[in-house]
Ligand binder design. Structure first.
Ligand code: 5CA
Ligand code: ZN
Length: 418
């Protein structure tokens, strides 16, 4: 699938510090420790009601990860999926009387525009489920062949085929990503797309790999599995293994994906590869809320990037709203955060458009160090604020190269174009 244009990333002198990030599975900040090539898989949108600020926060976070790794001398291979066929998309299309393909296509277009406006570096491979059907079908077949998966006949009256589930009893690493108790898992499984009450499953938590065709639902032929469509988690396992191999360095997404999605993606990958490490690090963006609740398509409390842009908001001000929060902290959007970001952006622009400024060496080092330290962007922004204060006060020196050098660093490392 087509992604979006790559923003220009300026060269800056020197190298960034080695990146450290919080790994959910270890519960600690650890060195990313990637080799020459860093491999990253980030869970993409389900294309309806995109792009809200929660989505934007997630993709800007992994854009910073990519920039920090490049700045530290790595090449990055980055893959992102699009869940362009799944229950919530089909339900929304049915609710609105739209064709699900047309809904997905128009939302993906909007998402590309929003990512471009926010200066997010695109993935090297941007892959939809529909176009990845072959590798997904083959992955499910292999899980059946090895005995890691089993069939459950469709309920009476729903058709003659079968669903396919992963047998968690055969995946000893289950639980290693989230480190949740079974009670915690059962608490959220149903609301996050699971079907704990489906009759015939061996374990209530066993994830769906292949959903046998039901009347009125899209389906794909497979001579072994029977006609149907993929479950949610297997799409990310199959797309990641196909395009990045294993293990990858970072599996990323919002914290709402820790369980079941990333837990299941990982055990499925283990069952397919025999490698008990799917991702070396699991990195999660905190939840963005609005008006007292998590911003979510199902609740409808959305602040859309496209709406803000249509209202004339500078995308770089949106980016600064996001960077002013630490990615791991849940936070709530308010209009005053946007006003503060706009004020900051204006101040940065006036300081950086002067003919000379304070020596930026320490500021550049502070920005790089803050980002390398588990993406401590609020600290990076404060360092830039301090340079702007000094420069606008005209107190210290008039280095003519300073504004340009700092502006290029902010563009390269923070993705803030001034
Ligand atoms: N297609 C699946 C992932 S395979 C999905 O979760 N799609 S989504 O459209 O619901 O979310 C896209 C990305 O944004 C996911 O990484 C998700 O974790 C993240 N996300 C969703 N809502 C929020 C929020 N309120 N705050 C932060 N991140 C969010
Ligand atoms: Zn995913």
């Amino acid at each position: 699938m087509k992604s979006w244009p790559t923003p220009f990333v300026p060269e800056v002198p020197g190298v960034g510090e080695p990146l450290r990030l919080h790994d959910t599975s270890r519960g600690a900040v650890v060195p990313v420790g990637a080799g020459e090539v860093a491999r990253i898989y980030v869970c993409g949108i389900t294309p309806y009601d995109a792009t809200h600020l929660g989505h934007a926060a997630t993709y800007v976070t992994f854009d910073l990860v990519q920039r920090a790794l490049r700045d530290a001398g790595h090449r990055v291979e980055y893959v992102q999926n699009v869940t362009d066929v799944d229950d919530p998309l089909l339900e929304r299309a049915a609710r609105d009387g739209r064709d699900w393909r047309e809904l997905a296509t128009s939302e993906i277009d909007l998402f590309r525009e929003d990512m471009t406006a926010l200066s997010v570096i695109p993935p090297d491979a941007y892959r939809g489920v529909v176009e990845s059907m072959d590798e997904i079908r083959l992955a499910v077949r292999r899980l059946l062949d090895s005995g890691a998966a089993y069939r459950v006949p469709l309920p009476e009256g729903e058709g003659d085929g079968n669903d396919v589930y992963l047998d968690l009893a055969r995946t000893p690493d289950f639980g290693d990503v989230s480190r949740w108790t079974r009670e915690q898992m059962l608490d959220v499984f149903a609301e996050r797309g699971g079907d704990p009450d489906r009759e015939g499953k061996r374990d209530a938590l066993d994830p769906l790999l292949w959903r046998g065709a039901r009347a009125g639902e899209p389906s794909w032929e497979d001579e072994v599995l029977g006609s149907g469509r993929p479950g949610w988690h297997i799409e990310c396992t199959a797309i990641s293994l196909e395009h990045l191999g294993h293990p990858i360095d970072i599996q990323g997404g919002g914290s709402d994906l820790v369980f079941p999605h990333h837990e299941m993606s990982a055990v499925q990958a283990d069952a397919l590869t025999g490698d008990d490490v799917f991702a070396r690090l699991y990195v999660h963006q905190g939840m963005v809320g609005y008006e007292g609740e998590k911003m979510s398509k199902s609740k409808g409390n959305l602040v859309l990037v496209s709406k803000l842009r249509a209202d004339g908001v500078d995308p770089m001000a949106i980016r600064l709203v996001l960077l002013a929060q630490h990615y791991r902290t849940d936070w709530e959007y308010t209009d005053s955060l946007l006003a503060q970001a706009q004020t900051r952006l204006d101040r940065w622009r006036s300081a950086l458009s002067t003919n000379g400024g304070a020596d930026p060496t320490a500021t550049i080092a502070a920005v790089r160090a803050a980002v390398a330290d588990d993406l401590s962007t609020p600290r990076a922004l404060e360092a830039v604020d301090a340079w702007c204060d000094e420069t606008l006060a005209g107190a210290s020196g008039e280095d003519p190269a300073a504004p340009g050098l700092l502006a290029r660093t902010l563009d390269a490392v923070l993705g803030v174009r001034l």
